[in-house]
Design a protein around this ligand. Structure first.
Ligand SMILES: [Zn+2]
Length: 216
């Protein structure tokens, strides 16, 4: 496990790469990771222009801030996910365009592509709508993440988790890619969905690749 300073630098690196990919529109994305019993999380309004390792906020999983700074307004979502999924160590939330577009249709992403299985099942769910920054939104995200590594958030965006910051970042990139490809397919017609038995086969080929994160 990297030490506190290394984790802070890794968080900055993920924020910068989310911006490079165009996923983090004016600080709408936020990133967290476990630091022993606590969590390190980007501050409210954090982006690569203003972030330093020292500005990353440390808080416990009940939301008590340890040291200076104000955490991202979505700290409920980050801490609830880390509490609910002990195997997850990192969480990335963004308003990436294709994920937002699908989330506004309140559509889960079905088995239109085999890589959907890399998120743990036959679909990637869209969580029930709740107001941003609330414990209710956190509960909705935790529900939609059962047996999955990412979900859409209705009329809002997406959230992904991983064993490491790198894994959560990669899930974010893969989800936004699949969301964009699903939207493209929907524009061209009605995508043919893979049947459950094929998704089962694909899931077995993935092995622990994505599903290994899941508790139990
Ligand atoms: Zn958001």
């Amino acid at each position: 496990m990297p030490n506190n300073e290394e984790l802070r630098l890794e968080i900055l690196s993920v924020v910068r790469r989310l911006e490079e990919k165009g996923f983090n529109h004016v600080s709408t994305g936020n990133v967290s990771c476990r630091d022993s019993e606590a969590v390190l999380i980007t501050p409210t309004g954090g982006n690569s222009d203003n972030l330093t390792p020292a500005r990353v906020v440390r808080m416990d999983l009940d939301g008590r801030v340890d040291g200076p700074g104000v955490p991202s307004s979505e700290w409920h979502m980050h801490t609830s996910i880390l509490r609910a999924f002990p195997a997850a160590n990192a969480v990335v939330h963004t308003h990436a365009d294709a994920c937002v577009a699908l989330s506004c249709l309140r559509k889960s992403i079905p088995a239109f592509h085999y890589m959907v299985a890399g998120f743990g099942g036959n679909d990637i769910r869209c969580a029930r709508y709740a107001t941003f920054g609330t414990a209710d939104l956190a509960a909705s995200a935790v529900d939609a993440l059962q047996d999955r590594t990412a979900c859409l958030l209705a009329n809002h965006g997406m959230i992904a988790m991983g064993k490491t910051l790198e894994a959560a970042f990669n899930m974010t990139v893969k989800l936004e890619t699949l969301a964009r490809q699903y939207l493209l397919a929907l524009q061209a017609g009605e995508p043919v969905l893979l049947p459950p038995e094929e998704m089962e086969r694909v899931g077995q080929r993935y092995g622990n690749y994505g599903v290994g994160l899941l508790p139990g």
